[in-house]
Design a protein around this ligand. Structure first.
Ligand code: BES
Ligand code: ZN
Ligand code: ZN
Length: 497
């Protein structure tokens, strides 16, 4: 746990191991920032001037000033001032954390960067996000060689008293949103012998108790008797029973929008009878990343008290092989009565989402957003840089795209042109669960569209960004927790026209 505070105090009175300055690539700005330090440690400006540090993006410089109350000063470059965004700060903060941990330091004081178009709230928020997200490790199963992270407290030093409460707000928001993201990461990274449908339910219940949302659970019999043929069918090959989780937060029947989030909760995807190749199959423990994002978002929304009636639906199952497993050619009847032909048991996500999207109708929602690690095709199209976005609610999609730019959990829209529909036509059922080689992310989206109710809908295929194959600036390898900050930002900026 890293704790944060904001204050306006002279640097000379601060007890900290490290002082960090975030500096744009600009000689004058560098000099301005150094003025306070120069007073405490005369000659330090010259030391910087004669170094190779010019504030270039990703540059860092560690100084060991004499006779100051702090042992180290770290300068972190931000690059060209005109190109500065909150994302620059997240990445720079992550670089700073690396240096601080390298110095084995516990406490850090950050001087508020002087920036024209970024408010103290926003800069404090972005820096705290970079710190909290980059400090995450999934190391609970490591009994030896645990990487030691020393950073514990961060003090955000504001240039003016007036900025303190604003900065404090930014820090508070970052703490809650990043806790939600890191919860989603924990759920995704946990192996399938830890997270299976029943234990995922327990984790959602624990999050609900902690954050303030309710969890109602439908068991195997209820799922079957209600007619959720997709969730039932996919679960047949597994010894572990499925669960349908219904999370709810917020005021009913008051003047706030009702938003339903649906998350794919396949706790392990072997492919079923249409089995996947062995190489990389272990990654499919993260096939519940959509569910993880929904649980994380519920937690954040409840903790922030967002003015929204939020429902989270998580159909959870394993996709396994066995004597009673679903077979290619099987025909399933979904909750809304429509039938689908299972041409490939590895296209299981859409089968369980179909039931959940039908279930969502009963809430008469203003918007339904589903998140799913749905197709490898979407990873081929967009890599891990952006999630595929499809849907029927263009204005909401534009707003979600804007939230994606702000949070840097970016989304990119793909078309649901009706021409693609013929690829999922079936001779024997209303729809077929695979659409051939081309436009696989889109035919998956069109499959889902057949099961939506009379509500605006957005589908996010997060298969790429949810699973980090390599570490990024503030995203360690593994589950990224993508979706939580995106949805929270989107809901915070919700507006009705
Ligand atoms: N869970 C996978 C999709 C996936 C692939 C997620 C890679 C994350 C990384 C999904 O259930 C799946 O297997 N989809 C198939 C669909 C195909 C059979 C039409 C795929 O993408 O290959
Ligand atoms: Zn699959
Ligand atoms: Zn899957």
């Amino acid at each position: 746990m890293i704790s944060f505070s904001a204050r306006h105090t002279p640097l000379s009175g601060i007890k900290t191991d490290v002082v960090a300055l975030f500096i744009p690539q600009d000689k004058k700005l560098l000099k301005d920032q150094m003025v306070i330090l120069e007073q405490l440690s005369p000659g330090i400006t010259d030391a910087v001037a004669s170094s190779a540090f010019h504030g270039k993006n990703k540059d860092t410089l560690t100084l060991f000033p004499a006779r100051t109350p702090f042992r180290r000063v770290v300068l972190i470059g931000l690059g060209v001032p005109g190109e500065l965004t909150p994302e620059t700060l997240r990445r720079a903060a992550a670089a700073c954390v690396k240096v601080v941990n390298g110095l084995k330091s516990k406490s850090l004081a950050i001087l508020q960067p002087a920036m024209k178009h970024i408010t103290p709230e926003s800069s404090a928020n972005a820096l705290a996000e970079g710190i909290l997200l980059s400090s995450y490790r999934f190391d609970k199963y490591l009994t030896v060689d645990k990487e030691r992270q020393t950073l514990r407290t961060v003090n955000f030093i504001c240039a003016q008293q007036a900025g303190v409460s604003e900065a404090g707000k930014g820090l508070h928001l970052a703490e809650i949103a990043c806790a939600g993201t890191n919860l989603a990461r924990d759920l995704a990274n946990a192996p399938a012998n830890e997270i299976y449908p029943e234990s995922l339910t327990r984790r959602a219940q624990a999050a609900g108790r902690h954050s303030g949302f309710t969890v109602k659970v439908l068991n195997e019999n209820r799922i079957r008797s209600l007619g959720m043929g997709g969730l039932t069918g996919v679960s047949l090959g597994s010894n572990r029973p499925p669960r349908f989780n219904i999370m709810e937060y917020g005021p009913r029947r008051s003047k706030v929008p009702t938003v339903v989030l649906v998350g794919k909760g396949v706790t392990f995807d072997s492919g079923g009878i249409s089995i996947k190749p062995a190489a990389g199959m272990g990654e499919m423990k993260m096939d519940m990343s959509g569910a993880a994002a929904v649980i994380g978002t519920m937690a954040v929304a409840a903790q922030l008290g967002l003015p929204v009636h939020l429902i989270g639906l998580v159909p959870a199952t394993e996709n396994m092989l066995g004597g009673s497993a679903m077979k290619p050619g099987d025909i399933i009847t979904h909750l809304n009565g429509k039938t689908s032909e299972v041409d490939n048991t590895d296209a299981e996500g859409r089968l369980i989402l179909a039931d959940a999207l039908s279930y969502a109708t009963r809430y008469k929602p203003d918007l339904v957003i589903d998140l799913a690690t749905l197709t490898g095709a979407c990873v081929v199209a967009l890599g891990s840089v952006a999630s595929g976005m499809m849907g029927t609610a263009q204005e909401r999609m534009d707003q979600l795209k804007a939230a994606g730019e702000r949070t840097f959990e970016r989304v990119w829209q793909l078309p649901l042109f009706e021409e693609y529909e013929q690829q999922i036509k079936s001779d024997v059922a209303d729809v077929k669960n695979v659409g051939g080689r081309w436009a696989g992310a889109i035919t998956a989206g069109l499959f889902l569209k057949k099961f939506i109710g009379d509500y605006p809908w957005i589908h996010l295929d997060i298969a790429g960004p949810a699973i980090m194959e390599e570490e990024r600036e503030y995203t360690p390898k593994g589950g990224s927790g993508v979706g939580v900050r995106l949805l929270v930002d989107f809901l915070r900026h919700w507006k009705d026209n």
